[in-house]
Ligand binder design. Structure first.
Ligand SMILES: [Zn+2]
Length: 406
C-alpha cells in the first residue's frame, strides 16, 4: 500500500468537526488508530506486540535474542486538542511506507527492525508529555503515572484497564531498551525553517530546554460598579502586564515564552477577580537563556503584583533539560541522504519528542519533513504530498543503511 493510500485510510480517524484531531490516548479514536496500525503492519508481515507501557511495536526480523541492536523508527498517533493530522501520524505512516518500499526492493535486514507507536506523546489526556517513552526509560515513577487523571477524573490506570491494558505492568523496560540499536523518528516540521532553505527534509540537532511555570495571582473579589480603582486588589492587572513582560523577555533573550492558559476566578463579568492563575511555557536554545527569560518574567510579575497589592506565587511544574541527538548517527544519516542527492539541513527545535526522551538511553535521530507554513498543533498543519513522499524515501534509505550493516 502506498503512502498516499495509507494516509487516506488514517486521515478520517479521530477527526473532529472543523478538521482538527482528537486522538486522545486510551479512547475509542486511539483504539481505532491502533487497530489500523496493527492491520497495516501485519499486512507487511510484521509481528505487532504491545510493550508493558502501552506502546505498540511492529517487528521485522527474528524473534528473541536476534532482536538485539534493532533499528527502530516510529512516532505517535495521539493528538493535542483539535491538533493537525501530521504531528506524529506522519512518522507512523511514513515508517509503514518505508518498510513497504524496502520490501519492494527485496531488501533483507541484517539487523532486526521495528516500528514503534508511542502512547500519550502529547500529554493531551493525562498532562504528561511523552508518557510512553518516559515510562519505558524510567523517567517517571509508575505509581505516579497510574494515578494521573484526565479532566473527567479518570485515572491512567482505569483508562488503560478499560482499553484492555494492564497498568500493573507499567514501568522501566530495560529488556526492550537493550534491544534498540538506534531510534530514528520522522516528524512533520513544527516551525518554518526548511521552506526558505528549499529543503524537503531536515535533521534534528537537538531539542531546546523547556519548562512550564504556574503563576498564582491572589487579590480580592470586588464590585465592578462600586469599588474605587484606588481601593481594588485586582489580580488581572499584574497578570496582564506579566503576559507582556513574558513576550519582552523572550524577545530580549532569543527565547520563546507563551502564556496560553489562564483561569480567572470567580469569573464574573461585573466583578473584580479574586484570583488569576496563568501558565508560562518557556523554551530557549540553552539553559542560561531559559533561566534569564524566566527570571525576568518572575521579577517583573513580582514587581507588578506588589504595585497592585496582589499576592503572587510562582511554581515550576515541569522542566526538561536540553537534548543533544547522537552526532555520529546524525552524520551517518546526513551522509546517506547526501549520497542520494538530498541535502538535509540540521535544525534545532523547541518541541519535545519521544526521540528526545529515548536519546538519554539509545542513539537517536530525527528527520523533519517540510511544513510550508510552519503551523503545528492546529488543523492548519500541513505537508505537501511530494514532501511526504520524499520523507518516506529518505527514511527508507536511512533504515536500509542502518539495518543493512552487520
Ligand atoms: Zn509529535
Amino acid at each position: 500500500m502506498s503512502f498516499a493510500e495509507l494516509w487516506q485510510e488514517l486521515q478520517p480517524i479521530g477527526r473532529h468537526r472543523g478538521g482538527g484531531y482528537r486522538r486522545y490516548s486510551w479512547t475509542a479514536a486511539d483504539a481505532e488508530c491502533r487497530a489500523w496500525f496493527t492491520r497495516r503492519a501485519e499486512a507487511l508481515g510484521l509481528t505487532v506486540q504491545p510493550d508493558h507501557n502501552g506502546n505498540l511495536w511492529a517487528w521485522w526480523g527474528p524473534e528473541g535474542a536476534g532482536r538485539a541492536g534493532a533499528i527502530v523508527t516510529g512516532s505517535h498517533l495521539d493528538s493535542v486538542p483539535d491538533g493537525g493530522g501530521y504531528d506524529g501520524a506522519l512518522g507512523v505512516a511514513s515508517a509503514l511506507a518505508a518498510v513497504e518500499e524496502l520490501q519492494a526492493r527485496n531488501f533483507r535486514p541484517e539487523r532486526a527492525m521495528a516500528i514503534a507507536v508511542m502512547t500519550e506523546e502529547e500529554g493531551a489526556r493525562f498532562r504528561v508529555a511523552c508518557l510512553g517513552s518516559r515510562l519505558m526509560t524510567g523517567s517517571i515513577d509508575p505509581v505516579a503515572a497510574r494515578g494521573l487523571s484526565d479532566d473527567d477524573g479518570v485515572t491512567l490506570a482505569a483508562a488503560m484497564s478499560a482499553a484492555g491494558g494492564d497498568p500493573g505492568l507499567l514501568g522501566p523496560d530495560e529488556d526492550l531498551l537493550a534491544r534498540i540499536g538506534a531510534f530514528v523518528e520522522l516528524h512533520v516540521e513544527q516551525g518554518r525553517a526548511l521552506a526558505p532553505m528549499g529543503a524537503a527534509v531536515g535533521l534534528a540537532r537537538g531539542i531546546w530546554p523547556h519548562g512550564r511555570w504556574r503563576l498564582d495571582f491572589r487579590g480580592r473579589a470586588d464590585h465592578a460598579g462600586t469599588a474605587r480603582l484606588a481601593d481594588r486588589k485586582d489580580p488581572m492587572l499584574p497578570y496582564a502586564r506579566t503576559v507582556l513582560a513574558a513576550r519582552r523577555a523572550a524577545a530580549e533573550n532569543g527565547a520563546l515564552a507563551t502564556i496560553g492558559k489562564v483561569i480567572a476566578e470567580p469569573g464574573g463579568a461585573n466583578g473584580v477577580c479574586s484570583s488569576v492563575t496563568a501558565w508560562l511555557d518557556a523554551r530557549a536554545p540553552d539553559e542560561a537563556r531559559l533561566e534569564k527569560t524566566v527570571a525576568a518574567v518572575r521579577s517583573a510579575s513580582t514587581r507588578y503584583s506588589s504595585e497592585c497589592a496582589v499576592a503572587l506565587n510562582v511554581r515550576q511544574e515541569s522542566y526538561t533539560p536540553p537534548v543533544h541527538f547522537d552526532e555520529a548517527l546524525r552524520d551517518r544519516i546526513s551522509g546517506v541522504l547526501a549520497a542520494a542527492g538530498m541535502e538535509a539541513p540540521v535544525l534545532a527545535t523547541g518541541a519535545g519528542h519521544d526521540a528526545g526522551v529515548l536519546a538519554a538511553r539509545v542513539p537517536a535521530a530525527m528527520l523533519f519533513v517540510r511544513n510550508p507554513t510552519g503551523v503545528s498543533h492546529s488543523p492548519a498543519e500541513h505537508a505537501d504530498p511530494a514532501d511526504c513522499e520524499a520523507g518516506v524515501h529518505a527514511l527508507a534509505l536511512v533504515l536500509e543503511d542502518l539495518a543493512g550493516a552487520k
